[in-house]
Write a protein that binds this ligand. Structure first.
Ligand code: ADP
Ligand code: ZN
Length: 204
């Protein structure tokens, strides 16, 4: 296992956070590829909600070695399907997993594993998504990536959910499995959450 500064033998947790389209999966794949080049034993998991996410997620190295992501729905499934020999464990779309993933990744890091997590940190309302907040707290390393706002070109930090082309209502579910919704990357100023009173969602 390549060693991070100050961690001669131990493991650690890395979080790649950000909105949709910010390049989290690209960055996770880059890190996994480099681990494969370093001849580490790597296992990749990807949470999936329905058939949209069931497409095989392959990670390839330049020398032709490839690794397939294991689809999972829960932290318990990761624990069950874990390769005990894996030195590097990566999880994509970690925001969809249950709170148990926090203890799981802590325990993996405690046992010397490098854990790489990628997830959308905020939901369509701009609020913390699933276990992302505690994961970002327990991680040794956090990178927050930005997309490009499709409205104004500024760095995008929000997921704009559109239903039939209109901003979704605040009360619509956090996860819409199989819903007819779509998403855009937007900046704080251009992000809109519909409210009954017509106002944008604001804390103050
Ligand atoms: P994530 O995992 O964060 O959803 P991906 O790694 O799957 O992101 O995709 C990132 C890619 O998405 C970018 O390299 C770019 O080609 C493309 N892309 C599409 N829309 C945007 C956008 N609004 N801002 C930035 N990149 C975008
Ligand atoms: Zn904008």
């Amino acid at each position: 296992m390549s060693n991070a500064p100050g961690q001669p033998n131990g493991g650690w947790v890395e979080v790649i956070a950000g909105v949709m389209f910010s390049g989290k999966s690209e960055e996770l794949i880059r890190r996994v590829r480099r681990s494969l080049i370093a001849r580490k034993r790597v296992q990749v998991f990807k949470s999936h909600l329905d058939d949209r996410y069931a497409g095989v997620f392959m990670v390839g190295s330049h020398d032709g070695r490839t690794i397939e992501a294991v689809p999972v729905d829960s932290s318990a499934q990761i624990a069950l399907r874990l390769d005990p020999q894996a030195q590097v464990i990566a999880i994509d779309e970690v925001q969809f997993l249950d709170a148990g993933v926090v203890a799981l990744v802590n325990s993996l890091a405690d046992r010397g594993r490098r854990v790489i997590l990628a997830g959308t940190d905020t939901d369509f309302r701009g609020e913390p998504f699933g276990p992302m907040a505690p994961l970002m707290c327990v991680a040794e390393y956090v990178d927050k990536l930005h997309a490009i706002c499709v409205c104004c070109g500024a760095p995008a930090t929000r997921n704009q959910r559109l239903i039939d082309g209109k901003p979704a209502h605040y009360d619509s579910p956090q996860v819409m499995v199989g819903g007819a919704d779509s998403y855009e990357a937007r900046c704080r100023s251009c992000h809109v959450v519909a409210r009954d009173d017509g106002a944008q969602a604001r804390l103050f």
